[in-house]
Design a protein. Structure first.
Lengths: 599, 386
């Protein structure tokens, strides 16, 4: 066991491409965690999808041994944090295990909104934030300006911030020295009853549930009988150890340490994130104040293209939630699409990742319906309902008031793109709350309807600012709004899975653009297909997909049928990805037409 | 959809045809995906003749006592070969094969490669039907299509064929040509009709992989414009006494191509020549085998003995589709009896599909025949048999 004063627990807060993973890799290298050969590119981002998208989704940890200049060998626990706005909840979770955080800022680009938000979270949670100016090897590095910006925006001293280049290795050891100097060691009663906070749990095919824990007090040993506080269930700690980053059995985790425990738990809900582990013999130990369970922000229906896949789909979702506690799902029955699941996501990126994993890892063909936020409905009986599915919106006559979720968005944008970003916010029905001119960036605060923000706002902000603006937002409140349900009808039949809740002011325009897009996406068939957008009984727009005149192979050379056979096979394959609505075949993409609409 | 595996039980052999491929052309047309190769220098007629004979004698077992009912010599450009080539070919073939006394023997001819004396020579060699690859009478379209002949050469060729005694002939025409108007398409047909041809193949130009047009697509008429062409052209042909007996084939009564009918009715055919495909029913093994010949002319010439490059029995679960892909192209379809006769499978195996397409108005009640509506969406019907 390591003396408390020789332990440091920290996270790295950095914007997506400010070099966090490279710096983490450098730390591992400096501390000899992996041989060069094992040092696959950026070991912390382990999921394929994460690596492809260059982002970190799940919290991971690495324990490093660093021999400092004071001659002492320190145990440094680095807990990784995700870098995308969808996953800010996971950041707060990671920070719970730390006493400090490195704020890594690209010395050429300056502070980004995402980092600002995460820094505030860290400061709120009482962490020591250590600024680091990275990418000093680049000619465009402006450390003084960026240090000033950190002081202006975040309000922490940054004049003496370590300057480093994770890429070249320059200053990396200084970063570790500063970390040891500034971040306080963990505190806790090493002789007290065990109190270990579950930072993360995930499902491993061979081991069952693996939990990453931070021991607050006491000691956790291999073979201990442990108790999960919230479930009241007892288990035996089969394996106890640390990540170096390879899982390494140490058999013991002392106060202040971060590591893993495997206890034969088969279901992730058996070791919930934020829960506390204690010993079976000390059941009355108080739980560590955990963190709030995250609520999904975006909901969508997911349906298997063929109903035969329903059971496989349910199994796949259950397996996914083993590793992704923020994914929510419950059965949904759609008139148009049959049995599926209503799923809740942290944001659009989360939704895309889940969808991609289901299709890629579980080989499912899925239809995703238009994502929606949760609306609050006050009915005439003065009851408040939460609606996460437009087709479940109560009858309009029974509604007293509809309220939409409003977010507060913080945007950091270089001055030359300020006009574009303001125009975008106004277009999205935003209300400006604050505007702060900093040395080279402007900090904008807007209140915006969440529905306008979750879909493509992030991408739009990026393109309005040539990639330079950054965004962070959080839910603020529900607010009354003039909302209507926009229905889509195919050949006169209302398709529940296509309904949208939109602001009345843009309902007509949105209806028109959605059905125009659908007209492009639905292939011509044996008959005319009418696509209509309607509000209540009023049709606001109509398009027709004209019938295909014929579908015949003109020339079929009697001798060789193989190629024509392949054509038919291809045609049939294509239809497998379509859903039959009445007698109309609708391709998967058409259900997401609203996302493809050009603004 | 899964169908229980059945073992076919074929009681009788279907009629037997013979397909002979001649792989050379003066030049390759930009739309053509057949096995054709631009000719360089003289065509090695004698060597090809010897190769063909070596090839076919290796396949004689497939004949199983049948006579040859029809022969089709396709290409490439078979009319590039001399009449003497065909005289020798049929002379030598008759030592191995029995030809029915009324056998239909068709030769594909390119209007750019013939004059009357040549046609007379073909006729003397035993060829009794010609298929003339006219494609269009519009000089501009002929150019776009990369044809080696102009419209006048086409007219001359048809007249020469008639003068040489070919009463039974086909004119090949395409529609849906680059930027073609309805009037232009109808005009092509009208010009063909002035020759009173017993048979017209009038097929839509489609872009096939591995062709020049496929890699550099020309501007083809849209779906709706094509439909107007088909309606106008169809009306004209019907008014002039032609029947559309197959998707792209029109004929005077009794003048349908017997060779092609044998394809559509899932008959057998021997294959000879580079890249030719054959299909033979083997009663003893209760299976239908497809086989194909070496494609490259050089390789075909240089091989010894059989030139078969590959063969494969049609999988039992693919027999229904293969049968329907052919039979449903006939506007009158085929009898239900023929299905079992040819495939050896009971109709019950496809009963579910049949009742579905019948209830949707795509299929006639007691025959294996698409309704006029079904004929327009043949691929949608066929897909069900996959």
């Amino acid at each position: 066991m390591t003396e408390l004063s020789h332990i440091r627990n920290f996270s790295i807060i950095a914007h997506i491409d400010h070099g966090k993973s490279t710096l983490a890799d450098r730390f591992i290298q400096v501390c000899g965690g992996l041989t060069d050969r094992e040092m696959a590119a950026q070991v912390l981002d382990s999921m394929d999808l994460e690596r492809e998208r260059g982002i970190t989704i799940k919290a991971q940890s690495v324990t490093l041994r660093y021999k400092a200049r004071d001659g002492i060998e320190y145990k440094l626990n680095m807990i990784d944090t995700p870098g995308h706005v969808d996953f800010s909840y996971e950041v707060s979770r990671s920070l719970f295990a730390c006493e400090g955080a490195l704020l890594v800022v690209d010395a050429g680009q300056g502070v980004e909104a995402q980092s600002v938000a995460n820094c505030y979270t860290a400061i709120e949670q009482g962490l020591e934030v250590v600024p680091v100016l990275n990418k000093m090897d680049l000619p465009q590095a402006e450390p003084e300006r960026v240090a000033q910006e950190i002081e202006d925006i975040i309000g922490i001293g940054a004049a003496d911030a370590v300057r480093c280049s994770a890429k070249s290795g320059m200053g990396v050891e200084e970063v570790l020295e500063e970390l040891i100097r500034l971040v306080p060691p963990p505190e806790g009663d090493i002789d007290g009853p065990l109190q270990a906070l579950i930072i993360d749990s995930w499902f491993d095919n061979y081991l069952g549930v693996v939990s990453l824990v931070r021991v607050r007090q006491g000691t956790l040993r291999k073979g201990d009988k442990i108790l999960i506080k919230s479930t009241g269930k007892a288990w035996s700690a089969d394996r106890v150890g640390i990540f170096t980053p390879k899982p390494t059995d140490t058999g013991i985790l002392g106060t202040g340490e971060v590591g893993f425990v495997v206890a034969g738990i088969k279901d992730i809900h058996g070791a919930p994130v934020g829960d506390t582990i204690t010993h079976q013999k000390t059941p009355d130990t108080a739980p560590v104040p955990g963190f709030k369970k995250v609520k999904p922000q975006v909901y969508a229906g997911l349906f298997p293209v063929t109903s035969d896949d329903y059971d496989d789909f349910r199994d796949a979702l259950e397996k996914l939630t083993l590793n992704d506690a923020s994914l929510f799902f419950e059965p949904e029955n759609s008139d148009a699409l049959g049995l599926g699941f209503r799923c809740g996501f942290l944001g659009m990126l989360h939704m895309e990742i889940v969808q991609e994993r289901l299709e890629r890892e579980y080989d499912l063909d899925l239809i995703t319906t238009a994502p929606t936020v949760v609306y609050e409905v006050l009915n005439k009986q003065n009851e408040i309902l939460h609606v996460d599915n437009p087709s479940r919106l109560p009858d309009i006559g029974s509604i007293e008031e509809m309220r939409e979720p409003i977010v507060e968005a913080n945007i950091l944008v270089p001055q030359e793109h300020l006009g574009n970003v303001i125009a975008l916010c106004e277009e999205k029905r935003g209300v400006q709350k604050n505007m702060l001119f900093l040395s080279s960036q402007v900090q904008l605060t807007y209140e915006l309807p969440m529905a306008e923000v979750v879909l493509d706002f992030f991408d739009r902000v990026k393109s309005a600012s040539r990639g330079f603006a950054s965004l962070d937002y959080h839910f603020n409140r529900f607010q009354a709004a003039d909302l209507v349900r926009l229905d889509i009808l195919i050949n006169g039949e209302r398709v529940d899975a296509l309904a949208l809740i939109v602001h009345r002011a843009i309902a007509h325009r949105r209806g028109r653009s959605v059905i125009e897009k659908m007209k492009e996406l639905i292939p011509r068939q044996m008959f005319d297909i009418a696509i209509q957008a309607a509000i209540g009984n009023q049709v606001v727009s109509r398009q027709t997909v004209k019938a295909l005149r014929k579908n015949v192979t003109a020339k079929c050379y009697g001798g060789d049928v193989s190629r024509k056979k392949k054509l038919l096979q291809k045609q049939k394959e294509g239809k497998k990805r379509m859903k039959q609505l009445g007698n109309v075949e609708v391709p998967q993409e058409a259900f997401l037409a609203v996302l493809r609409v050009d603004n | 959809m899964t169908r229980a595996a059945q073992t076919p039980s074929i009681a009788t052999l279907p009629p037997l045809s013979l397909y002979i491929h001649v792989p050379w052309c003066v030049r390759k047309c930009p739309y053509c995906d057949f096995n054709s190769h631009a000719q360089k220098g003289d065509i090695p007629e004698q060597a090809y003749l010897n190769a063909l004979m070596e090839d076919v004698t290796a396949d004689i077992a497939g004949v199983q006592g049948r006579s040859i009912e029809t022969v089709f010599i396709g290409g490439g450009t078979p009319s590039l070969m001399s009449p003497d080539f065909y005289r020798q070919l049929f002379e030598r073939l008759s030592a191995h094969l029995q030809f029915a006394p009324d056998a239909e023997i068709t030769l594909e001819a390119n209007p750019g490669t013939v004059e009357q004396s040549r046609f007379e020579g073909f006729r003397a060699a035993g060829i009794n039907r010609l298929s003339l690859g006219v494609q269009s009478f519009n000089p501009l379209h002929l150019q776009t299509l990369g044809r080696i002949h102009d419209d006048q050469a086409a007219r001359n060729a048809i007249n020469a064929a008639r003068a040489a005694g070919f009463d039974n002939f086909n004119i090949d025409l395409m529609h849906g040509l680059p930027n073609q108007t309805v009037a232009q398409a109808v005009n092509d047909l009208e010009q063909a009709l002035t020759f009173d041809p017993p048979h017209l193949s009038w097929y839509q130009l489609t872009l096939e992989p591995n062709t020049e047009f496929y890699s550099r697509p020309p501007d083809l008429p849209e779906d709706d414009a094509l439909w107007d062409i088909i309606e106008a052209g169809g009306n004209l042909l019907r008014t002039n006494g032609y029947q559309d007996y197959e998707v792209s084939a029109w004929s005077k009564p009794g003048k349908a191509s017997r060779h092609n009918l044998n394809y559509w009715e899932f008959g057998d055919y021997l294959a000879m020549g580079a890249g030719a495909h054959g299909k033979i029913t083997f009663l003893d093994d209760n299976e239908i085998r497809r086989y194909w010949k070496t494609r490259q002319p050089e390789a075909y010439l240089n091989r010894i003995g059989s030139r078969t490059a590959g063969q494969q029995a049609i999988a039992v679960d693919e027999l229904p589709l293969e049968f329907m892909m052919n039979a449903l192209r006939l506007n009158r379809g085929v009898s239900e009896k023929l299905y079992t006769e040819r495939t050896g499978l009971p109709l019950t195996g496809i009963a579910e599909i049949l009742s579905a397409v019948r209830s949707e108005g795509l299929f006639e009640a007691s025959r294996l025949q698409a309704t006029p509506l079904g004929q327009r969406y043949l691929n949608s019907i066929l897909e069900r048999f996959l």
